[in-house]
Write a protein that binds this ligand. Structure first.
Ligand code: CTP
Ligand code: CA
Length: 225
């Protein structure tokens, strides 16, 4: 507790960040997943820690290493990510839900490896996962800051505003998959931030570290308001 650490804008604040994909088991060797690299969420966790926050990163499977000064909790499935978030949320001042959570999971995960059959097709029955962000939005207290993402390919802003309201967020970070260089795998991203007052701020294509700075600047503004 030096003079310098207490002078940081988010010192004394607890942050929860989710990142990466979730894997939903089909059988012991197979899963349903997505192409999220986790880079955006890790960059946000790193930046929040640099700003003085006490950061817990709940991460799905990624190849990334935990940023300096961040506490990491590894999870695999959406259900595990929900549990880890619920275990931390009540004590959290700032939550950023950047994980690419599966919307559906296999109704049953087979206990043994599924063998090929004689037919040409194979059907897996899927059921919805719990929407983690909606669940947190329902529990959110007025002083807690809740930030979500929206990944869209069409009617981007309409869908993002719907998610902002439905999930009870302070602001939503829209990732349009139409933008060159934006999205899951790369090192750059192009975002638009929409807040509760319907202010729309569109940013240039930037490195994910710079995008994390922009998102955290908005968080600091909310903390100080
Ligand atoms: N999210 C979540 N739990 C889920 C699905 C999504 O917490 N089971 C969160 C994501 O982390 C993201 C936000 O909800 O912050 C929006 O995710 P997105 O996939 O864009 O929207 P959905 O509400 O899942 O709707 P859809 O995929 O149909 O567009
Ligand atoms: Ca989704």
């Amino acid at each position: 507790h030096t003079f310098f650490s207490t002078a940081l804008p988010l010192s004394g604040k607890r942050a929860l960040v989710t990142a990466g994909p979730t894997y939903e088991a089909i059988d012991p060797v197979r899963y349903i997943g997505n192409h999220s690299s986790g880079k955006m969420g890790y960059a946000i966790a790193s930046r929040l820690a640099d700003l003085g926050a006490d950061v817990t990163l709940v991460s799905g499977p990624t190849v990334l290493s935990t940023p300096a000064g961040v506490k990491s909790v590894s999870v695999t499935s959406a259900a595990e990510m929900l549990d880890a978030c619920l275990a931390n949320f009540a004590e959290t001042d700032i939550t950023v839900m950047s994980a690419a959570v599966a919307d559906y999971k296999p109704k049953v995960a087979a206990e043994r490896k599924i063998k090929k059959n004689e037919g040409q097709g194979f059907t897996i029955e899927l059921v919805k996962t719990t929407d983690i962000l909606t669940t947190l939005g329902q529990r959110k207290r007025a002083e807690q800051i809740l930030v979500g993402f929206a990944l869209e390919t069409h009617d981007e802003q309409i869908h993002a505003v719907e998610k902002l309201q439905k999930k009870n967020l302070d602001f939503i970070v829209l990732n349009s998959m139409r933008d060159e260089g934006a999205g899951f795998a790369g090192d750059t991203n192009k975002i638009t931030i929409i807040d509760q007052k319907r202010n729309i701020e569109s940013f240039e294509l930037k490195s994910k570290a710079e995008v994390a700075r922009d998102i955290c600047t908005r968080i600091i503004a909310l903390v100080q308001s």
